[in-house]
Design a protein around this ligand. Sequence first.
Ligand code: UDP
Ligand code: MG
Length: 316
Amino acid sequence: MSKLISIIIPAHNESANIPLIYKKIKEVFLLIKGSYKYEIIFIDDGSTDNSIEVLEQLANHDKKVKYLEFSRNFGKEIATSAGIHYSRGDAAIMIDADLQHPAELIPEFIKKWKRGADIVIGVRVKNKGEGLLKKVCSWGFYKMMNLISDTKIIPQGTDFRLIDKKVINEFNRFTERTRITRGLLDWLGFKKDFIHFAADERKNGRATYTGIKQAKLALSAVISQSLFPLRFSGYLGLFISFFSGILGLFIFIEKYILDDPLNMHFSGLAILAVIILFLVGIILICLGLIALYIGNIQKEVSNRPMYIIRGKKNID
Ligand code: UDP
Ligand code: MG
């Protein structure tokens, strides 16, 4: 029995690219002919162009093409997750619709998977046509995330990756709505292998995963993966209280117990300032404690469905 590979393609306004990526993937599987069965799952993430008509046509002609149509734009991360939920393959490969990820490498991913890797990660060595700002931002993001979050995230590790059925099953247990798919995959562990590639420029259209969208995502990732920003107030409070406490103790001993041997003549105002500082520190510490509780609540509440499907084809 030949194994089934699910190709997962999130698409938001990619009507010009969908036929191209479809053709490329078909070619790739023709090359490794017969060794694997495959299905191509497109997730139309609330496109406002005619993507859905293009998909419908493809799906009518080729039963290997399946699609989910979201009721609105839910974002790439959710779209990819939905694709994983609906994939039936022994392995799934996620790839962008805009041809920035070289589909020719799919056989390499499969090869590494056959050799025993559970996750094969496409690592971007350089991105043609990417602005300096975006580069600096993504570099900074990964540095910061790795500094403050509990799981290590591979910098330049892209969404172009293969995951084994075992990983798919575990991944499908995640319920959080605010998610970065590759972050969750990194969290899962499993045996990893890597494939390096240079990303091409996007074919048609513009990147819709805009700076603002990505900045929002980065922020929510920080918040959902880590309570550090909130806990930070606690640390700040500890720091302030500690030093103002020492200063207060010094003043108390120097002025009131030893009767000012150093002739420092602390004014009432200065003493008041130290006391206030100390109390502000205490308040910040309490905020940090509250953060711990909020963190627990955040984990438990919010049970909305992750996405809403408006239609689908060739898929159950
Ligand atoms: N995408 C999506 N939903 C969105 C934005 C993007 O499904 O809200 C898809 C898009 O169609 C493409 C992939 O995610 O297949 C990567 O998006 P894009 O090229 O805009 O981002 P970048 O290449 O800058 O990561
Ligand atoms: Mg792109």
